[in-house]
Write a protein that binds this ligand. Structure first.
Ligand code: COA
Length: 327
């Protein structure tokens, strides 16, 4: 059998604090009915003091390491997909390395917004194909609560904080990453962006500083997201020579239940085969897919040999799909 990169284990972590739609009703002019009917979101987890992106990521990484029976020192490469690290330099990945003691790894971040986990997985896969002995931690982690304008009802109801991690190794048994296709279109950057970030730098926490929150043309993003993910999934199915009916589980980026349902309809998917948890976490950007994968894995929804389709869409625009045969 040919060499492939395969997911050996998964882990995830969310902050304890839960923000409900009822809580949001007290903060902005909104309602549980509006949020639920337009987005499917009921609750989201919000980081507390000191719960930086690297800290959520480190917790997720430790759970994935425990599930794999590996120690942090066994990790050769550590990649974090994020757009909400607490510092610009060093990378979030270096802070995670310090936190968990992955002393033998080289560490770096990938920025592809909500598609970041698929991009990071792709980069890690190429490392495995070049050196099958490697063990790689691939993490998607965000604290988007630090990037949201909490007075803007158009966006503040949508996002949450979380981290998910996988450990990638090699396999000759036929399992692993079968096919992928990633896309970007930077000409559409101004439909979804953050032009400057909050950080640990107290100067940037100035209340008059307006540049730090997510800006989004919601309707445009919605339309592009459905079309882009549908075509990416089709390209990957064709590349792998797999029919959509053969896919056991689709794990899409969790931004909005209506985007996910439309995607499912367009692909002709059995709704039972789509993993959905957006109601509990909201949109956690690069963390949605590894968080959902970990939940599905721990719930026994991923069996050996299952074909699992991941697909994502996010700021950039960036999008893509990846087909995996579960180990
Ligand atoms: N509560 C109540 N009303 C709200 C609201 C809220 N939280 N947010 C917006 N509204 C209002 C708007 O102000 C607007 O009012 P108006 O008609 O008086 O101007 C009205 O609801 C309709 O707004 P609109 O933006 O047209 O709604 P929509 O049906 O497109 O739904 C989104 C808005 C954001 C839920 C939807 O566009 C969406 O999901 N887009 C994709 C977002 C996304 O997933 N982004 C990340 C992708 S990675």
């Amino acid at each position: 059998m040919s060499l492939r990169a395969t997911i050996l284990a998964t882990g995830s972590h969310v902050p304890a604090r839960v923000l409900t739609n009822a809580d949001l009703e007290k903060m902005v002019d909104t309602s549980d009915e509006w949020i639920t009917s337009r987005t499917g979101i009921k609750t989201r987890h919000i980081a507390g003091p000191g719960e930086y992106t690297s800290i959520l990521a480190a917790h997720a990484a430790q759970k994935a390491l425990a599930a794999a029976g590996l120690g942090a020192a066994d990790i050769d490469v550590l990649v974090v997909a994020t757009i909400s690290a607490e510092m610009t330099m060093p990378s979030c990945a270096c802070l995670v390395q310090k936190e968990i003691g992955a002393v033998n790894a080289f560490a770096f971040d990938v920025n592809a917004a909500c598609s970041g986990f698929l991009y990071a997985l792709s980069v890690a896969e190429k490392q495995i194909l070049a050196d099958p002995s490697l063990k790689i931690l691939v993490i998607g982690a965000e604290t988007l609560s630090s990037r949201v304008d909490w007075q803007d009802r158009n966006t503040c109801v949508l996002f949450g904080d979380a981290a998910g991690a996988v450990i990638l190794g090699s396999s000759h048994r036929g399992d692993g990453l079968l096919a992928e296709k990633l896309f970007s279109d930077g000409s559409l950057y101004n439909l979804l962006y953050i032009d400057a970030a909050q950080s640990l730098n107290a100067d940037l926490r100035n209340e008059d500083f307006q540049g730090s929150s997510i800006k989004m043309a919601g309707r445009d993003v919605f339309k592009y997201a459905v079309k882009a993910m549908e075509s990416a999934v089709q390209v990957v199915l064709d590349k792998a020579g797999v029919a959509v009916s053969e896919v056991s589980l689709v794990v899409p980026h969790q931004a909005n239940i209506r985007i996910i349902n439309k995607l499912g309809q367009k692909l002709g998917l059995d709704p039972e085969k789509i993993y959905i948890n957006v109601s509990r976490y909201g949109n956690t950007s690069a963390a949605t897919i590894p968080l959902a994968l970990d939940e599905a894995n721990r719930a026994g929804r991923l069996q050996s040999g299952d074909l699992v389709m991941l697909c994502a869409f996010g700021g950039g625009f960036t999008w893509g799909a990846t087909l995996i045969k579960w180990q």
